[in-house]
Design a protein around this ligand. Structure first.
Ligand SMILES: [Fe+2]
Length: 570
């Protein structure tokens, strides 16, 4: 048995290593599916597109389920026939399967099939649609240096495996050098397999168009027309985070500017906690000249208090100061980027005011961006290929906060120790679990009542048998904040029954008095209850005194003597 247990993980390990070795090395071959991809656009909690490539055309089917089946096709609950087409200027075929009606935060396992050739099983996880914290990875410019791109894809996979709460990867464009070259996209798609986690989980892509894609159809064929063919601007809503993908390779004014303003307005109506945008050519570049985005989009970002903007194209790592009205302003918008997923890095022009000073950063550095997003904080980290953090900043939400208020015990309440009571509180925002503590000294020290409790906004509590007039209860999110503390209350010990009088202990047996000892203080010998007395006064129930009783006895004695005397005289 022990040998069998050892054999299983060894087998899995070998399988995993074999599967990994196959990723990123295969090119399309006949109808065998390769280059599996998943794309997120507007509604990643409920929709996704699964895509793959084959060399030859054929009927393509997606088998999918919320349970893994290890590739046993008959066991998948759902199948769908997919849309296929030939990549522009190539002899290879793409296959797109658009899934709708998905459940949020759910794993979807799938197998791809074209003309009876099937893939192994993969899966992806839909985004959540609530306020839970999550992560998003981002970056741009994976073109030109394939070896470095593959290194960066290994970095992406390592981060993905370290952080399973990563929802997707937002790519800022310039995937390849020549956007019309299927050969280069073919290599890119093969290299993208390296981002698949070792357990088969695929990292969904939120794609934007770069200048090297230009107006190439291939970008839409690879990524399933994100935001519409050639348009490629759309908003991805993940919980309370609005992430707007824009297209710098078409007019940034007109319809696209109007779209951006409408999205920003809707984000405010939806009470978005953070607003970001990604696009390729920067408004605040660290190397090149500003794009049209500076004039068309930046005023809208500032008007609607966008938080963090992701730019690419410059081939540096930069973080601007917060910007408003063309100046550093702590209420302003921060721009980060500018593309380090493979392309050789340039030297930033550091005399530009927006990348100078302690609140900015600029370097020549390949990098992946990792965003930690919650309702209240957005933490930005730029991570080097060796997984070290080379720059970071944390933003606080301008619009959202989590709240927690303890309602009972109420201020001035008197609780009876040992009694059952109820702690109640109300929360706002994202507070999934709480720790509950109590104090006898107004909160100077705390003792645990419960930890990691699901936030039902109430908890039963047996009041401890400790008297205090400075009691408090604290309820705190297990994340550390927010927290609420009750008003001061009293714990009263129950009133005691009066103690019975103390009985003297019985004397030892050898000290007990002998009832026959006339010299002792013995109790009188008890009289039987039915004993008949010879005392006539007593016998007749006389209510007389001892003297009267004595006199009666003497008279009786004289009477008896008299009777005896009279008998002798006769
Ligand atoms: Fe570019």
């Amino acid at each position: 048995m022990a040998r069998a247990l050892l054999f299983v993980p060894l087998t899995l390990s070998l399988f995993s290593a074999t599967a990994r070795a196959q990723l990123g090395t295969d090119s399309p071959d006949s109808t065998r599916p390769v280059q599996w991809r998943v794309m997120f656009t507007e509604d990643p909690a409920h929709r996704a597109v699964v895509a793959w490539t084959t060399e030859d055309d054929g009927v393509s089917t997606l088998y999918w389920d919320t349970q893994p089946h290890g590739g046993a096709l008959a066991e998948y609950a759902n199948t769908m026939e997919c849309t296929s087409g030939r990549y522009s200027l190539s002899l290879h075929y793409y296959h797109h399967c658009s899934l709708t009606g998905l459940a949020p935060a759910t794993s979807y396992y799938f197998v791809t099939e074209t003309e009876n050739d099937v893939s192994r099983e993969f899966y992806f996880v839909t985004a959540h649609d609530d306020g839970r914290p999550f992560k998003l990875m981002a970056g741009g410019d994976s073109r030109s240096d394939r070896d470095q791109r593959r290194i960066m894809n290994d970095t992406i996979r390592a981060l993905f495996e370290q952080h399973p709460d990563v929802v997707a990867f937002a790519h800022g464009g310039d995937y390849i050098e020549m956007g019309y070259s299927f050969g280069q996209f073919n290599e890119w798609m093969t290299d993208n397999e390296l981002t698949i986690a070792s357990d088969g989980r695929i990292l969904p892509i939120i794609a934007s168009r770069g200048n090297h894609e230009g107006s190439s159809d291939l970008m839409d064929q690879v990524f399933a027309e994100p935001g519409g063919a050639g348009t490629n601007y759309y908003t991805t809503v993940i919980g309370d985070y609005w992430f707007i993908t824009l297209n710098t390779e078409t007019s940034m004014a007109g319809d696209q500017r109007l779209f951006l303003e409408q999205q920003l307005q809707q984000a405010h109506l939806a009470e978005a906690c953070f607003i970001s945008a990604q696009y390729h050519r920067p408004a605040f570049p660290g190397v090149k000249d500003p794009s049209e985005a500076r004039a068309e989009w930046v005023p809208l970002f500032e008007q609607y208090d966008a938080d963090l903007i992701l730019e690419s194209d410059g081939h540096i790592l930069k973080r601007t100061v917060p910007i408003r009205n063309e100046a550093e302003d702590p209420t302003g918008v921060i721009y980060v980027g500018e593309g380090g997923l493979g392309v050789s890095q340039r030297t930033p022009v550091t005399d530009r005011w927006f990348i100078q000073g302690p609140n900015a950063f600029a370097a020549s550095q390949h990098h992946v961006i990792l965003l930690d997003v919650s309702r209240t904080e957005l933490a930005y980290r730029a991570i080097a290929p060796d997984l070290t953090v080379v720059d970071s900043v944390t933003l606080t939400s301008r619009r959202c906060m989590n709240t927690l208020e303890v309602k009972t015990p109420a201020q001035g309440a008197v609780l009876e120790s040992g009694a059952d009571s109820e702690i109640t509180w109300i929360t706002g925002g994202w507070v999934p679990t709480v720790d509950v503590d109590w104090s006898t000294d107004d909160g100077s020290t705390w003792m645990s009542i419960a930890s990691g409790l699901a936030n039902a906004e109430r908890a039963e509590w047996t009041v401890p048998e400790v008297a205090t007039t400075t009691g408090r209860v604290r309820v705190r999110s297990t994340a550390g904040a927010p927290e609420g503390v009750s008003g001061g209350f009293t714990i009263a010990l129950p009133e005691k029954e009066p103690d019975p009088p103390e009985m003297p202990p019985p004397p030892p047996p050898d000290e007990q008095p002998n009832p026959m000892d006339m010299n002792g203080a013995a109790d009188p010998i008890p009289q039987p209850e039915n004993e008949v007395t010879t005392d006539p006064a007593v016998a007749e129930g006389c209510a007389c005194t001892e003297t009267e009783r004595g006199a009666g006895s003497i008279l009786g004695l004289f009477g008896i003597v008299g009777l005896l005397f009279l008998r002798r005289r006769r």
